[in-house]
Ligand binder design. Sequence first.
Ligand code: ADP
Ligand code: MG
Length: 376
Amino acid sequence: DGASYGVLPRPCRALVLLNPQSGAGRALEDFQAVVQPMLADADITPTIFVTERPHHAQEKVQDEDLSQWDVLVVMSGDGLLHEVLNGLMERPDWEEALQTPLCILPGGSGNALAASINYYAGNDHVAKKKLLTNCTFILCKGLHAPMDLVSLSTASGKRFFSFLGFGWGFIADVDIDSEKYRRLGNARFTLGTLQCLVRLRVYQGRLSYLPAATEPGTPRDAKAPARQATATAGTEAPGGHGALPADTLLAPLGQPVPPHWVVVPEEEFVCVYAIYQSHLGTNLLMAPAARLHDGCIHLFYVGAGISRVALLKIFLAMGRGTHLELNCPHLHCVPVRAFRLEPWGSAGVMTVDGEALACEPVQGQIHGRMCRVVTG
Ligand code: ADP
Ligand code: MG
């Protein structure tokens, strides 16, 4: 569907939100050395906004005059893009604001969206400076396309918009526990994985989902038809602004899931991860079939009882995206449009786009093609 693709204008005005603390702490240096010369050649003028603290970028985009910018570039890890996205969603004009193309340049230690976009573009698997160069080249070309988002709601009434994934159990623990090794860059996840394998634990709860494969003729793209403020609690923007898109596929938490949902019989898990792009990290091709706007949440779960060796094999195979070919009976992968996770107890962490979240019941659904990203 070529009609949904766009191209950045020239000259192009880019607001670059840069986290100097992301990754190994070299984002500003790398931007100046690698990115800036390439942008100059492509007639893209960057204005750099260096973040000073968490939520700084989120506040910046909340009341920024977006007519000044042709693209919002995030030079950091996935965490900063998550902030930017949720800052845009807090605007009364969120729907229009989301039409501003977003671009991710890998400056962090977790650069899953950058790795996904590099993969969709058909480029070789690369990391570090090569990935940064590839992503900058994609920005110079300036094509942009729609991207799906997932709306997540928690039992305590929080609502987030997420572009990458939601996790609980093993992967979430690795993500959060390895924050202290951020200076190692992507290697933090290898070290974190080995540490979490040693003290492997089981998480109890109930997982339910709405399968993507429904009646023939139903579009896979689950764009919410309704924009009116009729649906579940938490759809009203803070400050009484325009209504956010309604989660039409979800029943309120606390009520049973709708009757056509699947409730997973297992209630003991090592890991649950709902991913909407291909990569979980630079070197982890978790959902090889995923695309920017496939209308799908790729729901993975690993049941309890898996051995450490089998789990390690899955992670090693994920480097090439061949983990499903292992036919491990504990590993499940289902394309879904919505899911609900009800942990028993509040021990452990959950992650949204790699950022930590207190453990509580959560559900989410896909909203097809809600924002735009620069892509190859
Ligand atoms: P990484 O991949 O290295 O974790 P992220 O982009 O995910 O990089 O950023 C991690 C966190 O850093 C985010 O939660 C963000 O809010 C926070 N952050 C942004 N700017 C700063 C700053 N100047 N100092 C410290 N933390 C920051
Ligand atoms: Mg991060």
